[in-house]
Design a protein around this ligand. Structure first.
Ligand code: ADP
Ligand code: MG
Length: 622
């Protein structure tokens, strides 16, 4: 709640709107306590007194009534009517929308067609017709305004509910045996309340205007009772002779509606969870970079990371997701990055091409050299021309990365045409070649399939074809086989292996499975809590792990045909990266930890091709 208020206040326009509304509401609330003249007492001798006259701060109207008093009482009435209409419309509209969206089918159809009928009328006309039927009067104006706004809420909320009603947690509630009533109240409602609040905060201004409009036409509040609309209506005749009688209520309406709309927009922005973690800004196209020194490139390789540091800065907390990571990969080589979930593998991979969302992500140090060119902080245009062209990504879930409504062949063709100006027909031919290259049978007919028509393994092949589309130098594969079953996983791995041998691709393969590393990778880097703790050629690391963490990770892999062996889970959890312990982050879970391990920073000791960050390694590296 306090975070919400902070965000709201940081948005200056919203804060201004909020201040105006707060002032108006407070004035309206304390109106009965103020020493005002009676709003409805006429005194024709004092007609049209100018503002700032003694006794009448805002002057008087055509019947000599005090304008200040009428304004405050009128504002009170207008706010009350507008707000009640909004609440009534929101409650009825949301109820109708939730019922229609949740039950669907015929109920939905009947309700929505009724709503459509109401929406087919221009809505001031509809309000006029309702008031005409009920007779003039403020109460009837309120009913009319509420009634014409019900369809708006109903449509809006129905749309949201349809989306939520199909989600897994609602199915889970059904499976748990909950009734419709409970599901609607406890599963659906909490998810739509923010939307209702937002819709209300942005329409309440309209409702006040509509009520004022009806009163202006003489259909709302009846003389002598003042509301802002009727004050304007009565002042119309004297617009030229005594403009202040119009300006006073007009200015108040303007202030209220502007204030509410600015505040409403601010509320909407501040409630949007995507904006909550950062400032009120959209994520930037590339990760923001804030580094003091740029490490020079050492060694070779097509891609080389030097002391890369990426953090998430969320409020006062700093999450060190990637902490001085140095890696390199040569053409035709496959480098594995392995570690438990949350160890910073994905963030490392995404930092290279500036794909970490900013805010909250910031690259605070290090460099990523691609063929000698630093990519960190490179201009967005340069990054964009490399993304998907020279350096391509494959993600875990191709279902999420493929567009559900386009045929896979078209999506492949598009990926090519983003970087190469070739004709559509050529791109389509190339797409079919790619599908053949990733061993999809009947590539030509498969190219016309939609993602949901393919199996998981098939989709991941399309994902790989997509990454291969522009013959990249480097493929960064982030757990591409985690969602697949083992036979498909083996096929995908051998496919990647062949591709790299045929085309001299460099692959960075991220996984949490040593079995996969053993099948595919030449070298492996082990990550823990954002740091590399061990690195070396796969064979030697597997045979003789140097870091206790590596040893325990390897012990977690079941081996077939090796007789009975105890599978050892690593007790405990990786540390939260916003509260890293001093020294070795693995020490609390390590059976060999001694006092020295937690005393201070531990360096990555290199010896030949291997490196380890441990004071008491399992193996002395030579
Ligand atoms: P993994 O090794 O499983 O791929 P990640 O690289 O995704 O792990 O995450 C590394 C750390 O960064 C985790 O502790 C995670 O909580 C944190 N992290 C990742 N993305 C964000 C984010 N958008 N905001 C805050 N923290 C994040
Ligand atoms: Mg990950």
């Amino acid at each position: 709640m306090t975070r919400f208020l902070k965000l709201l206040i940081r948005n200056r326009l919203a804060a201004l709107g909020g201040a105006v509304i707060l002032a108006v509401v407070v004035l309206a609330l304390i109106t009965p306590l103020l020493p005002l003249q009676a709003p409805n007492v006429t005194n024709t001798a004092d007609r049209f007194i100018r503002p700032f006259s003694p006794g009448h701060l805002l002057g008087t109207d055509h019947l000599g009534r005090d304008l200040l008093s009428r304004l405050l009482w009128g504002t009170r009435l207008s706010l009350a009517v507008g707000a009640s209409a909004a609440v009534i419309a929101a409650v009825i509209g949301a109820a109708v929308g939730i019922v229609a969206g949740y039950f669907g089918g015929r109920i939905d159809n009947v309700i929505m067609r009724l709503v459509d009928m109401l929406m087919a009328f221009p809505y001031i006309l509809l309000a006029l017709a309702i008031v005409a039927a009920l007779g003039p009067g403020l109460m009837n104006a309120l009913i009319a305004v509420a009634a014409v706004n019900v369809p708006f809420f109903a449509r809006n909320i129905r749309g949201i509910t349809v989306g939520i009603a199909g989600r897994e947690f609602v199915d889970a509630a059904r499976l748990a045996g909950m009734g419709h009533g409970r599901i609607i109240l406890f599963e659906i409602l909490p998810n739509v309340v923010p939307v209702i609040v937002i819709a209300m905060s942005t329409t309440i201004g309209w409702m006040i205007l509509e009520t004022a409009g009806l009163s202006f036409l003489g259909l709302g509040s009846q003389p002598p009772q003042a509301d802002l609309g009727s004050m304007l209506g009565e002042a119309r005749a004297a617009l030229i002779a005594a403009p202040h009688t119009s300006v006073v209520p007009g200015a108040m309406i303007l202030a209220i509606v502007m204030g509410i709309n600015l505040l409403g927009d601010g509320v909407r922005d501040a409630l949007d969870p995507r904006l909550r973690s950062g400032a009120l800004t959209r994520p930037m196209p590339a990760t923001s970079v804030r580094r003091e020194t740029v490490p020079a490139p050492q060694g070779g390789g097509v891609l080389q990371l030097a002391d890369l540091e990426t953090r998430f800065e969320i409020g006062p907390r700093i999450y060190r997701a990637v902490n001085k990571v140095s890696l390199e990969v040569a053409p035709g080589e496959c480098l594995g990055i392995i570690g438990e979930s949350g160890s910073g593998k994905s963030v490392t991979a995404l930092s290279i091409m500036g794909l970490v969302a900013s805010p909250p992500g910031v690259i605070t140090g290090g460099a990523a050299y691609y063929r000698g060119d630093d990519l960190i902080g490179a201009p967005y245009r340069r990054l964009r021309s490399l993304r998907g062209d020279r350096i391509a990504y494959i993600f875990q879930d191709p279902q999420a990365t493929l567009h559900p409504l386009y045929r896979v062949g078209d999506q492949l063709a598009e990926a090519i045409r983003v970087h190469h100006s070739i004709s559509r027909a050529e791109a389509e031919d190339r797409a079919i070649d790619l599908l053949t290259a990733v061993r999809i049978p009947n590539a030509e007919s498969r190219a016309r399939a939609y993602p949901h028509e393919l199996s998981g393994g098939m989709r991941q092949r399309v994902g790989i074809a997509m990454a291969m589309a522009n013959d990249p130098d480097i493929i960064i594969a982030d757990e591409p086989t985690t969602a697949l079953d083992v036979t498909v996983q083996a096929q995908i791995l051998s496919l990647l292996d062949d591709l790299r041998r045929e085309r001299g691709l460099a692959i960075i393969f991220i996984t949490h499975d040593f079995g996969v590393v053993a099948q595919l990778c030449d070298r492996v880097a082990v990550m823990y809590a954002g740091r590399i703790v061990e690195e070396g050629p796969t064979g030697t690391v597997l045979d003789a792990p140097a870091h206790p963490y590596t040893r325990r990770l390897i012990a977690c892999v079941p081996e077939l045909g090796q007789g009975r062996r105890r599978l050892e889970a690593i007790p405990g959890l990786p540390p939260a990266v916003d509260r890293l312990p001093a020294g070795c982050a693995f020490a609390p879970r390590c059976d060999k930890a001694r006092d020295a391990c937690t005393a201070g920073d531990i360096a990555l000791e290199r010896a030949g091709a291997r490196a380890v960050r441990c004071l008491f390694p399992e193996e002395t590296l030579t």
